[in-house]
Ligand binder design. Structure first.
Ligand SMILES: NC(=O)C1=CN([C@@H]2O[C@H](COP(=O)(O)OP(=O)(O)OC[C@H]3O[C@@H](n4cnc5c(N)ncnc54)[C@H](O)[C@@H]3O)[C@@H](O)[C@H]2O)C=CC1
Ligand SMILES: O=C(O)[C@@H]1CCC=N1
Length: 279
């Protein structure tokens, strides 16, 4: 796993983002926060609200570049919905040069599908980040296509470690499982906060207090997990007094029909859906 380097982010040339929604926008924010020169940041997103366009332009980024304004970007990051890939890839192809690495974060969309809309020997990386990238705490799984050079792999690493940690896999099919675990994973955690709060209300707490307790518990546990050298199993056992309250709850959560089989089914469903999105 690689984590970010010290010093401002310098990809060594212009970078084009195609699709600046939730995930693309989080990556761009992360790059700018890590010191990317806004003059080297270009964005294509026909549906970006005026206020977002104005904000980016005020910072010095170029939104909707014309043909003469951008040539040979070092990287193009494609962050549109998989269903929009056909509509968005021609713009990426039009701006890509022989030295450009195309980084796609579209769930399910395979290297082979991506390759169909691009030059024959175009370097392509398939990546799967997650929304904690918005606060610099994302984790991204990547696989490199056949034409990616070592320098392009290092550049991809630099762009993605700007918003968190990066892991590389050698087998493309594993990216679907990465999607099921960490790409979609933040939603599972947020759902747990919602469910914990609701359970608190059922146990008699006022709704806003239950919400605060559930939220702070997950926030604090995340920070503890990130700062502790202990595995989650030990951190769990640290909470669990013999025959105490946690043990009573864990008897439910760790039963044969508890959290583990539920999570297994959830991750399998997400992984399966990623494969379906491949078309
Ligand atoms: N939201 C998440 O947690 C994650 C999303 N992804 C992937 O990121 C991609 C984007 O997802 P979100 O950011 O959630 O969606 P989103 O809907 O927030 O963003 C997509 C953006 O693409 C723009 N767009 C649509 N057509 C376009 C075109 N032809 N050219 C340029 N831009 C165009 C839209 O205006 C929108 O701003 C998806 O493929 C998804 O699989 C990957 C990891 C995590
Ligand atoms: O739900 C989705 O399809 C995307 C991919 C991972 C997170 N969001």
């Amino acid at each position: 796993m690689t984590s970010h380097e010290a010093g401002p982010l310098d990809p060594g040339g212009p970078v084009l983002l195609v699709g600046a929604g939730k995930m693309g926008g989080a990556l761009l924010d992360g790059w700018l926060a890590r010191g990317l020169d806004p003059k080297t940041a270009f964005v294509i997103d026909p549906a970006l609200p005026d206020v977002a366009v104005e904000k980016l332009e005020r910072l010095g980024c170029t939104v909707g570049p014309q043909a003469g304004q951008l040539s040979n970007p070092v990287a193009i990051l494609v962050a549109v919905k998989p269903q929009m890939a056909k509509a968005a890839l021609p713009a990426a192809a039009a701006f890509a040069g022989p030295g450009t690495v195309i980084i796609s974060i579209m769930a399910g969309t395979t290297l082979s599908t991506l390759g169909r809309g691009l030059a024959e020997r175009q370097a392509i990386v398939r990546a799967m980040p997650n929304t904690p990238a918005a606060v610099g705490r994302g984790v991204t799984g990547c696989v490199a296509g056949a034409h990616v050079t070592a320098d392009q792999r290092a550049l991809t690493d630099r762009l993605l470690t700007a918003v968190g940690d990066v892991v590389w896999v050698e087998e493309e099919a594993l990216i679907d499982a990465v999607t099921g675990v960490s790409g979609s994973g933040p939603a599972y955690v947020f759902l747990m906060v919602e469910a914990l709060a609701r359970a608190g209300v059922s146990a008699g707490l006022p709704a806003d207090l239950a919400q605060t307790l559930a939220r702070k518990t997950v926030e604090g546990s995340g920070v503890l997990l990130s700062q502790s050298a202990e595995p989650p199993e030990v951190l769990r056992k640290n909470v669990t007094s013999p025959n105490g309250t946690t043990a009573a709850a864990l008897d439910v959560l760790m039963a044969d029909d508890g959290l583990a089989p539920l999570m297994e089914r959830a991750v399998a469903a997400a992984t399966r859906r990623a494969k379906e999105l491949a078309g």
